[in-house]
Design a binder for this molecule. Structure first.
Ligand code: JD8
Length: 404
């Protein structure tokens, strides 16, 4: 890949000589050239800015040096680059966009400063040079110019070029791939005893036992669970995106309201059909729960519902155990039967767990003794069968999980 960057601060981009990107350049995987905009001025003071038409604060970058610089860049190789222009108003730069840009043969970046570049430069690049011009934004905050954005974008793009990162599989498993955040990582020693600050007691910090178990399946499950929990806690917006990836459009979650009760009754009955068939009767809650029971439950539980394109497709609820405030009871986890198997239930469970107050130390779920599929799902999420007889009903079991 070829990348050209035009800037009034070439030194700002010196970090691109270092580390991964520097190695990629030396290995000829990346041909990166930095160009000083002032080289394309013709006055004694190398002027690149002037006052804005229409008035207002600050200065604007003049079109002439930019046109000459971009024309020069256009002559450095055959074909045409895509011109990326960092700007707060640009297209959000995401991992998905970085992946698309990593496929390009040639990219050029125009680093603005001051109040930005005279708008006619973009028209010139598109019309006279025939380039595709894309304003891009690093994020929703204001920088002083495009250089820092280019550093970030070039690093994100270049590491996706085949051969730049040694370990290719580390590119697949990482944060933001698959819509979930990264799992936490640990290295030796397995038990770490830091030097305590003066007058403080020494505390040992352990690596989570699963990572020392040598059980690859258990480790993969643990890491996946960590990714889910982190995403729920830190970036719930990403979970909605992940749900879309799993085939659910326009998924929106929120606390259940009385207006949801009619659909909640239908979804609940549909989800408990397997238990009813197994029991040979529909004469048990939640099958028998009507509007009154659901309305009462909305008072006692934090109940959430998720809708896809307006349809109520999933729900779950949680509350403190009335007999033991350290326990968070999770209940009525349901996903519309036609949407089962997409990981929605796991996401709902992780979300309901995340509603527990900070002082809660364990989670509790009750399910039919014979509901093996449910129990498998809960065990995968870290729950274990409680050794005691359930107080709810003899035909049910309790599953519990320690909070981390
Ligand atoms: C390029 C000039 C500063 C922009 C007045 C002072 C990207 N995510 C991002 N935030 N900010 C930028 C960015 C800011 C820039 C320039 C990128 C050139 N400025 C100006 C207009 C309003 N300020 C960015 N990518």
């Amino acid at each position: 890949m070829r990348i050209d960057v035009v800037t009034i601060f070439p030194e700002y981009l010196a970090p691109l000589d270092l580390s991964l990107i520097g190695k990629a350049r030396r290995d000829d995987l990346l041909d990166l050239a930095i160009h000083d905009l002032r080289q394309f001025t013709h006055d004694r003071h190398n002027t690149v800015d002037d006052t804005p038409y229409g008035g207002g604060a600050g200065m604007v970058m003049k079109p002439q040096p930019w046109a000459e610089a971009l024309t020069h860049v256009g002559g450095l190789a055959s074909g045409a680059p895509r011109l990326l222009v960092p700007a707060p108003s640009g297209r959000p730069f995401t991992q998905e966009y970085a992946r698309a840009l990593a496929e390009a043969e040639w990219l050029a970046f125009a680093c603005g400063r001051y109040e930005g570049i005279d708008e006619r430069v973009y028209a010139y690049a598109a019309d006279a040079l025939g380039w595709e011009v894309v304003p891009v934004s690093l994020g929703d905050y204001v920088l002083g110019g495009g250089e820092v954005a280019v550093l970030a974008m070039v690093e994100a793009i270049a590491r996706l070029i085949p051969g730049v990162v040694g370990n290719e599989e580390s590119l697949v498993e990482e944060s933001h791939e698959g819509g979930l955040l990264e799992y936490p990582v640990y290295t030796k020693p397995a038990t770490w005893l830091p030097q305590p600050p003066a007058a403080a007691a020494a505390t040992a910090y352990d690596v989570p036992a699963t990572l020392l178990s040598g059980n690859h399946k258990a480790i993969a499950d643990w890491r996946h669970q960590q990714r889910l929990e982190r995403t729920v806690a830190r970036r719930p917006d990403l979970l909605e995106a992940a749900a879309t990836v799993t085939g659910l459009e326009d998924l929106e979650g929120g606390p259940a309201t009385p207006a949801d009760i009619p659909e909640l009754i239908v979804l609940t009955r549909a989800c408990w059909v397997p238990e009813a068939l197994d029991a040979g009767t529909v004469d048990f809650p939640p099958m028998t729960d009507g509007p009154a029971e659901h309305a009462a439950a909305l008072q006692d539980w934090s109940t959430w519902v998720w809708r896809s394109n307006g349809r109520l497709v999933a729900s779950g609820r949680g509350r403190r155990d009335p007999d033991d405030p350290s326990v968070w009871q999770v209940g009525r986890l349901m996903v519309a039967p036609d949407l089962a198997g997409r990981g929605i239930g796991r996401a709902v469970l992780a979300f309901i767990e995340s509603l527990a107050p900070a002082d809660v130390t364990s989670y509790w779920i009750n399910t039919a003794r014979r509901a093996e599929r449910n129990q498998r799902i809960y065990k995968k999420a870290g729950y274990r069968l409680a050794p005691w007889e359930s107080k709810v009903h003899p035909a049910t079991v309790d599953l519990v999980k320690k909070r981390r």
